[in-house]
Design a protein. Structure first.
Lengths: 362, 656
């Protein structure tokens, strides 16, 4: 499916910016520390970032980076990694095993030792692995040829594709794994839900079909070209990122977010990561955005001047510029992860660490 | 006929048969030297007669006799009681550690392999390798009080210092189960090495070390590699791995009382060079990996001497004062004693370059090996008294326990497990299987490649035909009795003509086995039972994926409806009880270095355990047999299968 035309109706949400006033909502503020190859990062193009306690895993175009105790360690194919282009990372918190999704298979890293799964030597559906997630003894992968689940106890692979699920496109792009539900973002195929208890699949699609028109607001998933899903088990809330806006689903109702009527700086979303049912972070091609339930904030180098920029949009739509000296490494943001109050951001030109600035209430 | 009369008759018949076979053996020996690669017709005929005669002979052997086969030992906290784990009878035998009197026999699960005492000494845990469970024994009541879960083929156990969690190394699932002892439930599995086997805890309780007996499946014809996984007991994760280059068959690991010295027993197979180089000290190095603060970077040291080998090293006990290390060498019927201060001085004096090659310097052992103490046959587990004065040694095929006075370095007493009074043919064969005494300079025996009667995951250049010719993958021995011919090239019509015994004779011009011994050895191999399959459901039925795979295995037409030639259907060649029609085929997997592309159709029972695959081990996984080595559909028709269908086929193969 190809977009017939791009949405050009960009509301000037952030075009008429006013300086910060006392009434500006308090949104998280950060001091941004940016890492590039010069600092030891394997590559500036960072596809994904994963926080593992005090350690940070960076999935880059040229290797897997581990940031620990102020230093970077780099893993590449010569160290055992399946492929140099690493698209995703998941850490099994119970066992400490790190799973890396790469363009050439799936790597399991255990205390420095790699074991690689490819479509030739294992039951992995395809060597292009976009996403990976762990829950209990099951590892879930999103690949260019469908979804897969590895039972790490028995070694059995179960594949999910157009033959045994409602997946009419098999290009799975991202996976969000929870104890009761597993969600897949299927590029061009909406969202796929797996119920762990019933072992049944269900799909969610754009009721408008394969168009970019939003005929009726909040009637369903905003678009079929989904890039990321984030499920909040405790709130039973699903967040979806697409190339044409974001969606949120509470199991009954959909809520959509578009650049024209929300604080999103762009409808082109690479990733969404939820904090809870109301709060989420959006990785877009025009900056990092945060929704606290009603207000929005955007963090980026300004698109024109490239100077650090933080914009806050309140629930009424009023946009305020907040003074800041630092910004994420680039406005093209691919993913985020949380480290306590801090945030780590994968961008097209480096990895950023947002060190939370504690705000004193007056 | 009274029993005594029957026995006398049997004995006379036995004697008569032995006489005739002895003369027959002489004739066989005349033929053998000219039949290196392929058995001549004469060999086949005579071998067949030998097999028939020996089978008849085997009928006299009592079938029900079960031998204790003590494999591991541990002492009670006060040292008064010795617990011997007997894998043959599936029991723990509690001895009075001083008198050697048996206090109690406690039945546990099937084929128990490992045991450990709880920190307070009140519980004894036993890994039941064929039951996939752990028996918990009350050491006061001397009774099993609970069964705990484990992974596939639990091999050893250990608790943390608080006694809250039990760690179980699982040999088939290649992981370590973490079991919450309060709840009696398994909370997680940690990915260890292939064939995860032996565990040891550091004195401070912070780390548990885990070895694995099969090497990692690496690239084709690459040196073997293993490691020691280090578990962080606070976080219950694998926190580190000690790489063991060129090592395979890593058994016990032990830590010194101060925690500064670790030692692991291992083999260093030289499987990439022709076996004919054995006289140069190649084929196997028997060595110890030494690690810890006392030595810095891990170093591998040899146990062997220039003209004598001590193989395979199995268990290690370190004296509490770190004065000595004791290592059981199963095939050599001995315990090697290392002077640790001398060893440490020797290692510290070595340059970095010397340390890297130390394991191949067979003269090195003279610097730290102080003696070899002869014990019973096939010594396995060790237990050292807390004062370091008495070392107990489990002599597996002797059904005895040697008690060594460590000051005198001599056996001071021998405890008996009181097994059957008469050895059966299988038992005699088992002794031979584990013994290296027939090998050139005691270099190796059957159990060096068939680790603990299984396999080794390696590919060998067995034949004296030049470098890199006819590489063969090692196969599982279990349940092979009805799968003749043997060898990948089908050159051996029966087990009697199998390579091992012949190799001894022709390579090294040694006396090797006589006909009786050969008969016993074959009896043992034929009696090896097939271990339980872990991938079948309890009732024997198949999962949906396995059912779909079975249909693919049995199909006669391609997905497009075209008939599959009979010779290219899975179920035709892999037919019968053992999934082999016992015939030779060219399935397109032959290499330019093979003398013939024809290979013996292998049996498939428990095939999932024995990666790598194909005759030369070039397929690292079951998948690669078809994704890499079957481009022209010559090894079954598989190229019309979707990926998930191939996965289904493999799920079915795992159940065989």
């Amino acid at each position: 499916m190809k977009p017939s035309f791009a949405l050009v109706l960009v509301a000037a949400c952030f075009s008429a910016v006013t300086p910060a006033l006392a009434a500006t909502p308090e949104m998280p503020r950060f001091r941004w520390e940016n890492f590039t190859k010069a600092d030891g990062l394997p590559d500036d193009h960072v596809f994904y970032v994963c926080v593992d306690g005090d350690r940070i895993w960076a999935a880059t175009e040229n290797g897997l980076g581990l940031y620990e105790k102020g230093k970077w360690k780099v893993y590449r194919p010569q160290d055992g990694l399946a492929h140099r282009a690493v698209l995703g990372v998941a850490v099994d918190k119970r066992t400490g095993v790190v799973w890396a999704a790469t363009m050439g298979g799936l790597s399991r890293l255990s205390a420095g030792r790699f074991e690689n799964f490819t479509q030739l030597n294992s039951g992995l559906p395809n060597d292009v692995v976009y996403g990976v997630g762990v829950e209990g003894d099951h590892l879930w992968v999103a690949t260019a040829a469908g979804a897969g689940r590895l039972d790490t106890r028995t070694g059995q692979w179960a594949l999910f594709n157009e033959r045994n699920t409602p997946m009419y496109e098999i290009w799975t792009y991202n996976v969000s794994v929870g104890p009761s539900k597993v969600y897949y973002a299927v590029w061009g195929g909406g969202v796929l839900e797996y119920d762990v208890k019933t072992e049944r699949w269900k799909d969610y699609n754009d009721p408008d079909g394969e168009t970019e028109m939003v005929v009726q607001r909040d009637q369903g998933l905003i678009h079929e070209i989904t890039t990321s899903v984030s499920y909040v088990e405790k709130d039973k809330m699903l967040w979806v990122a697409t190339y044409f806006g974001a969606s949120r689903y509470d199991g009954r109702n959909w809520k959509n977010f578009l650049e024209k009527d929300s604080g999103l700086p762009s409808n082109f979303l690479n990733h969404v990561k939820a904090v809870d049912g109301n709060r989420a972070w959006f990785s877009t091609d025009k900056g990092l955005a945060y929704l606290d339930g009603g207000n929005w904030a955007v963090y980026r180098p300004a698109l024109d001047t490239h100077k650090p920029e933080m914009l806050v949009r309140d629930a009424a739509g009023k946009v305020t510029q907040v003074a800041t000296d630092t910004a994420p490494a680039h406005h093209y943001v691919l993913a985020v992860d949380f480290q306590g109050d801090d945030i780590w951001v994968a961008t097209a030109k480096g990895l950023s660490h947002g060190v939370r600035i504690q705000q004193i209430k007056e | 006929m009274k029993l005594s009369a029957i026995s006398a008759y049997s004995a006379r018949r036995l004697f008569s048969l032995r006489l005739s076979l002895r003369s027959l053996r002489r004739r066989v020996e005349v033929v053998f030297p000219y039949s290196f690669g392929f058995a001549s017709l004469g060999t086949v005929l005579i071998g067949g007669i030998v097999a028939l005669s020996l089978a008849t002979l085997g009928a006299d052997t009592p079938a029900a006799a079960r031998f204790s086969s003590p494999i591991e030992l541990t002492l009670s906290k006060d040292g008064a009681r010795l617990f011997a784990l007997c894998e043959g009878t599936g029991e723990v035998v509690a001895f009075d550690a001083r008198s050697g009197k048996i206090v109690r026999r406690i039945k546990v699960g099937s084929v128990p392999k490992g045991l450990a005492l709880s920190p307070n000494g009140e519980r004894l845990y036993v890994a039941n390798s064929w039951s996939d469970s752990v028996s918990e024994i009350d050491t006061a009541a001397l009774a099993v009080v609970r069964s705990l879960p484990a992974g596939f083929e639990p091999n050893s156990v250990i608790t943390d210092l608080a006694g809250r969690f039990l760690y179980v190394a699982n040999r088939i699932s290649n992981d370590v189960s973490v079991v919450d002892l309060a709840a009696g439930t398994e909370v997680k599995r940690l990915a260890a090495g292939r064939g995860a086997s032996y565990l040891a805890i550091s004195p401070d309780g912070a780390s548990i070390y885990c070895t694995h007996i099969y090497p990692y499946p690496g690239d084709f014809r690459a040196p073997p590699e293993s490691d020691i996984a280090v578990i962080d007991t606070a976080r219950q994760v694998i926190k580190d791995r000690y790489r063991l280059p060129n090592a395979a068959g890593v058994f016990h690991v032990a830590l010194s009382a101060d925690g500064r010295l670790g030692m692991a027993a291992q083999l260093r197979p030289k499987n990439l060079i022709p076996l004919a180089h054995v006289e140069h000290g190649w084929v196997f190095g028997n060595s110890i990996s030494v690690f810890g603060a006392d030595v810095g970077e891990l170093v591998q040291i040899p146990l062997d001497e220039l003209e004598r080998y001590f193989t395979p090293p199995f268990a290690i006990a370190l004296a509490p004062d770190k004065s000595a290390a004791y290592i059981s060498t199963t095939g050599s019927d001995s315990v090697t004693v290392i002077d640790i201060p001398r060893l440490l001085a020797f290692i510290r004096a070595a340059s970095p370059a010397q340390r890297r090659t130390l394991a191949n310097d067979l003269s090195a052992s003279a610097n730290y090996v102080v003696t070899r103490i002869a014990v019973g046959t096939a010594p396995k587990g060790l237990a050292l008294s807390s004062d370091g004065k008495r070392l107990y040694v489990a002599n597996r095929t002797a059904d005895t326990i040697s008690v060594i006075d460590t000051a005198a370095r001599k056996v001071s007493a021998t405890f008996s497990l009181q097994g059957p009074a008469t050895l059966t043919a299988e038992r005699r064969g088992e002794r031979l299987f584990f013994s290296a005494r027939f090998g050139f300079q005691g270099h190796f025996g059957c159990a060096n490649c068939h680790l603990e009667s299984t396999f080794d995951g390696l590919q060998w250049d067995l034949e004296p035909d030049g470098f890199g010719q006819d590489i063969v993958d090692n196969r599982l021995l279990e349940d092979v009795a009805e799968t003749a011919p043997f060898k990948w090239n089908g050159g051996n019509p029966n087990l009697e003509t199998e390579c091992g015994p012949r190799t001894e004779k022709f390579f090294y011009r040694s006396e090797s086995y006589d006909g009786w011994e050969l008969s016993d050895l074959v009896s043992y191999i034929k009696a090896m039972p097939l271990r339980p399959n872990r991938f079948r459901l309890a009732g024997g039925e198949l999962t949906p994926a396995q059912e779909r795979g079975k249909a693919i295995f049995e199909r006669t037409r391609t997905k497009s409806g075209a008939p599959i030639p009979e010779a290219n259907q899975c179920q035709v060649c892999h037919s019968g009880k053992h999934y082999t029609n016992l015939k030779m085929f060219d399935v397109g997997s032959g290499k330019a270095t093979d003398r013939s592309p024809m290979v013996d159709t292998p049996q498939l029972n428990n095939i999932v355990l024995t990666a790598p695959y194909l005759h030369d081990g070039s397929a690292r996984t079951l998948e690669e047999i078809w994704t890499v080595f079957n481009p022209k559909d010559t090894h079954g028709v598989t190229n019309d299968l979707q990926k998930d269908e191939l996965n289904d086929l493999i799920e079915y193969l795992k159940t065989l």
